[in-house]
Design a protein around this ligand. Sequence first.
Ligand SMILES: *Cc1c(COP(=O)(O)O)cnc(C)c1O
Length: 243
Amino acid sequence: MDAIARNLKTIQETIAAACDRANRNPAKVTLVAVSKLRSPEAILAAADAGVQHFGENRVEEAQEKLPEIADLIRDQTKAYDLTWHMVGHIQSRKARHIPVLFDMVHSVDNIKLAEKLSRLASARQPLDVLLQMNVSGEESKSGFPAANWRTDADVRDQVWSRTKFILKLPGLRVRGLMTMAPIVADMEQTRPVFASLAALRDALSESLGVALPELSMGMTDDYPVAVEEGATMVRIGRALFGE
Ligand SMILES: *Cc1c(COP(=O)(O)O)cnc(C)c1O
């Protein structure tokens, strides 16, 4: 077994163990392999090991790499059905490339971008999106400001009104929320951030009467905790492809 296949097995076992602890079904957790800076060959190796979902964080890199991967796949005897996720911050002027390249966007983090994607998707086909929420309050993180959404009425009003606005945009299917936890020494410290996103999803879903089934949270350093707290998508790079 090569390294990627071995790593995949470890990740799957880790997800299964976390699901076990939380009484969850591991089939409800999708691994999104974050393949930024990885070669088309490494991506194909992951696909061969059984990964179906891949995430990129830069438009330019995806524009270059996705056609190369399509070419590689065309040369194989086996059929591949890969799903592409955009997980990084999107500059407004690059938005037009998104619906062409990606099946799902995890990183809708401002109204302008949502409106742009809505226009583009309306002319094409519905686009699945997640709203990125900055629940940790870290300045360096993008996302709609959502720290202390439970206790700060202004934050809460903003999150609610922006979510309502985006839910009404044509062409977008809002599937749930995404967040990034701070980098910490002990992954246990990320738990309140993931729990806060899950609770925010529940609250929005109930008060707006919409299903928001997806929670994209957890990366290499913290995904077991994210899964325990309800992640339906984990975005993993280094644990799969190596450091
Ligand atoms: C790079 C990246 C990941 C994966 O990070 P690892 O720590 O390598 O697992 C997940 N999400 C986003 C948005 C990223 O940019």
